[in-house]
Design a protein around this ligand. Structure first.
Ligand SMILES: [Zn+2]
Length: 423
């Protein structure tokens, strides 16, 4: 189905490529959080020229923000000619470290056939560029639209979003009074709608013992053996219980439809000095620390998830001589799920059907993304992730995005704007 809006987007192919390349060439690496101001200034220049009012906001006081690495965010808003809903496209501007294994310059943004290569091409500068092309084409075709369009470029998604979407949400930028529909163009593939994500609880467990000479361990109490007992009890009781739980959410890959636990790290005993080549002094360790990463299903409650682990530790304390532990919460992420009959879901569904000629697949993310802040802090439930790019390429060497996929996604986004803003 083609109309003048669709033609306009197809005709913007060269502009879309140049825009994506410009964005990739600004190396917004996080950590440390570099060039946020530069990319916000670039977006601001581009969007101002299309009638957007642009606000540059530094997330002062947020984790990671400093004068050396300020957390700059851009919120651009284009008012329509009459009252109506606001559709917001939110993209994070940060990219992860380059890593090893590249066969191309990660910030040259080379075009090879249908692909643009570079760090952030897929996650998610290609999605950001597609949303800009879609919004600009829609505004030119329908200057009399109702409501408003917002485009944001936000910091720090890759490190939790506290200097980006969370900070903006705390200041009302995602309140249901201001914004009614949110699309996050993360690379979930052009024919899939992501309705949310699992939650998470990260914590550090410490077991304690008593230091003594390593030749006479019976005179001390080995904290690492106590941690071994913790891992053993997890193996016997916790991992089987988690594997038996299945969510109704369409989490992809399917293994992540179960509750999961990862043991991120274990450290006990003397600290290892980098570069030290001598022998270690023999000691019985009096402390062992383990970091756990528990992913939470939408059907589970955060307090129950914590209590389940603490009950196992308390049980060990009752049974195992001299066992004692401490637990410290490190991070909490609540699961988020947008209902499948929410307006942004049904609208994008229909647009995908119109543009691609097939129904979309519904998925949910095993990890999380900025929807958590829009849901929990912003209290806005009408939010999805939808955008071009192959999820499996994110954070990999030789990451790329397909120009064809970006154009198709832009078509879907523009049709969604027609449905939502042309009542
Ligand atoms: Zn991303």
């Amino acid at each position: 189905m083609r109309d003048t809006l669709a033609d306009r987007i197809e005709d913007s192919r060269d502009d879309l490529i140049a825009l994506t390349q410009d964005l990739i060439r600004i190396p917004t690496l996080n950590p440390p959080g570099a060039f946020y101001r530069e990319i916000c200034d670039y977006l601001s220049r581009r969007l101002s020229a299309h009638g957007f009012a642009c606000e540059l906001l530094r997330a002062e006081g947020a984790p990671g923000d400093s004068d050396r690495h300020p957390r700059w965010n851009l919120v651009a808003r284009r008012e329509g000619t009459r009252p109506g809903d606001c559709v917001h496209f939110n993209s994070h501007t940060d990219v992860v470290e380059v890593g090893h294994g590249w066969t191309r310059d990660p910030f040259a943004a080379t075009l090879e056939g249908d692909r643009i290569y570079g760090r952030g091409a897929c996650d998610m500068k290609g999605g950001l560029a597609a949303s800009i092309i879609a919004a600009e084409a829609f505004i030119v075709e329908h200057p009399d639209f109702a409501g408003a369009i917002e485009i944001s470029g936000t910091a720090d998604e890759e490190s939790g979003g506290y200097g980006g979407v969370a900070w903006l949400a705390e200041r009302g930028y995602f309140s249901p009074q201001r914004v009614q529909h949110v699309i996050i163009p993360e690379p979930l593939n052009k024919d899939r709608i992501c309705i949310g994500h699992r939650g998470g609880w990260w914590a550090e467990i410490e077991t304690r013992g008593e230091i003594a000479h390593g030749s006479m361990p019976f005179l001390g109490d080995c904290a690492i053996r106590h941690m071994g007992a913790v891992i053993d009890t997890f193996e016997r009781h916790l991992f089987p219980a988690l594997a038996a739980r299945v969510t109704q959410m369409p989490v992809t890959p399917e293994g992540a439809r179960h509750a999961t636990l990862n043991l991120n790290s274990v450290h006990g005993g003397e600290s290892e000095e980098p570069g030290y080549t001598g022998l270690p002094a023999p000691c019985v360790p009096d402390s062992c620390r383990m970091i756990i990463d528990r992913r939470i299903l939408i059907e589970e409650q955060y307090d129950d998830v914590r209590a389940e682990v603490i009950a196992l530790l308390d049980d060990l304390k009752a049974r195992r001589p001299n066992f004692d532990y401490a637990i410290r919460d490190l991070n909490r992420i609540d699961p988020s799920q947008t209902p499948q009959d929410a307006p942004v879901v049904t609208t994008v569904h229909q647009a995908i059907r119109d543009v691609l000629g097939r129904d979309p697949a519904y998925i949910a993310s095993p990890g999380s993304y900025d929807q958590k802040h829009i849901d929990r802090i912003g209290k806005l439930k009408n939010c999805i992730a939808y955008g071009p790019g192959i999820l499996e390429l994110a954070h990999k060497p030789d990451e790329w995005v397909s120009v064809r996929d970006m154009l198709d996604s832009a078509q879907v986004m523009a049709r969604s704007l027609q449905a939502l803003l042309l009542p």
